[in-house]
Design a protein around this ligand. Structure first.
Ligand code: LLP
Length: 402
């Protein structure tokens, strides 16, 4: 990829996404579940740019959404309503109402209290709401605690007994139609055993529900497939699919899978320009024009992103901290990272930035968010323009008079 010309044409900081890579990832996962009814429901939160979601819509993807905003995005981008699911621990009545009216595949319930709200709202609308229940299998996924979700210590899902009670309630309700079961134990998973164990626990629950005449159609295995940021051993989609399918013998359910990171992380690059180098005592810093408001993962999770320098300098590499202009010591992309000496306007390419990159951005320090560019079939096109100062003040300016 010619990052230098992209940076010249679209300026920096800039997000660049390889759409062909996203498609290859999608195809590999879909292929892994071949011979079985399956829906891949792209987790919109990973990268919610409309053109990205539309790209997946064209592949026949569904969407996993966690706010009504994401549901609207998915619909606008052309995802079929019957492939959209709506999850999240705290949905408002308005969100629930709109999801039922839009006739999406199902609402994923995360508590008994929520079941009550959804039933009430469906009743008011004179409708039956399709639901699934997120089961918390109490399995340690062995990932970063901030993105681990399948333990009872986490706020997500309900335990097995509550789930059973909820299914019985739903079955007996005129306004609820239990169609699915769901689990998601965490993100950036690199070990298969916790996934297999969770699937076994949830499949057993499905069997005990069958004995109660509750027949579910969708077995939703969440997202979480990890990717290579540095030297991680990742799970192969084929092995993943086999592990899941192995727990579902003699069960005719459609598999629903909600990958985000797997589809987009390594399709994305964040381009930022070197402003200058500086030295504080022993420590050397490279100050760049991108910052934590553009890509938060290093600051928030101490996450590793590979960084490549595009420079004419050929001198020996040294260890540097790569930092942005934001007024926080946590504003860095990497610490003690080996790079050659850099000049003003040299380019740094921050890799694996396609998932949870732009979407977790903000306007902190009154910095406009970067532009986003798609590369497809060797051609580049803008899919979000750079935010201007006028954009940033647009929602406040009218109140200046008061
Ligand atoms: N399904 C559910 C219910 C989820 O909560 C998530 C992610 C996904 C699917 C998609 O997971 P993935 O396939 O992308 O691992 N901001 C963090 C990641 C947060 C993940 C939240 N849930 C990061 O930058 O690493």
């Amino acid at each position: 990829m010619d990052f230098k010309s992209l940076a010249n044409e679209y300026q920096t900081p800039l997000y660049v996404y390889d759409f062909d890579y996203m498609k290859a990832q999608f195809d590999e996962l879909k292929e892994a579940f071949r011979g079985r009814k399956s829906i891949i429901a792209y987790a919109v939160k990973a990268n919610s740019n409309l053109s990205v979601v539309k790209h997946f819509a064209k592949m026949g993807s569904g969407a996993d959404c966690v706010s009504i905003g994401e549901v609207r995005r998915a619909l606008l981008a052309g995802i079929a309503p019957y492939k959209i699911i709506f999850s999240g621990v705290g949905k408002t009545d308005d969100e629930i109402r709109e999801a039922i009216e839009k006739d999406i595949l199902y609402i994923n319930l995360e508590s008994e209290a929520e079941l009550g709200r959804v039933e009430l709202v469906a009743k008011e609308l004179g409708k039956q709401a399709r639901i699934s229940i997120r089961v918390n299998p109490n399995i340690d996924p062995k990932t970063h605690p901030y993105i681990s979700t399948g333990l009872h210590d986490n706020k997500f899902g309900v335990d097995l007994n509550s789930a059973k009670r909820m299914y019985i309630k739903a079955k007996n309700s005129e306004n609820l139609d239990p169609v699915g079961i769901h689990f998601h134990i965490g993100s950036q998973l690199t070990e298969l055993d916790p996934i297999r164990e969770s699937a076994e626990i949830v499949a057993d629950l499905v069997r005990s529900l069958q004995a109660l005449d509750i027949e579910l159609k969708f077995f939703d295995i969440g997202g979480g497939l990890g990717v290579k940021y540095k030297d991680e051993e990742t799970i192969k989609p084929y092995d993943y699919a086999q592990a899941i399918l192995g727990t579902l013998t003699a069960m005719d359910m459609t598999i629903l899978c909600e990958p985000g990171r797997f589809l987009t992380a390594n399709a994305g690059y964040f381009l930022t320009k070197v402003l200058y180098e500086k030295q504080n005592g022993e420590k050397k810093f490279v100050v760049v024009d991108g910052a934590m408001n553009d890509l938060l993962r290093p600051s928030l999770y101490n996450a590793y992103h590979g960084i490549e320098a595009i420079t004419d300098n050929t001198e020996d590499e040294r260890e540097v901290d790569i930092v942005g202009p934001v007024c926080e010591s946590g504003d860095f992309f990497a610490k003690d990272y080996k790079l050659p000496p850099l000049n003003h306007n040299d380019l740094l390419v921050v890799k694996s930035a396609g998932a949870y990159g732009f979407g977790m951005g903000s306007n902190y320090n009154t910095r406009g968010r970067s532009a986003e560019v798609a590369i497809e079939d060797g051609k580049a096109r803008l899919i979000r323009r750079r935010e201007s100062f006028e954009d940033l003040i647009a929602l406040e300016q009218e109140f200046l008079e008061n």
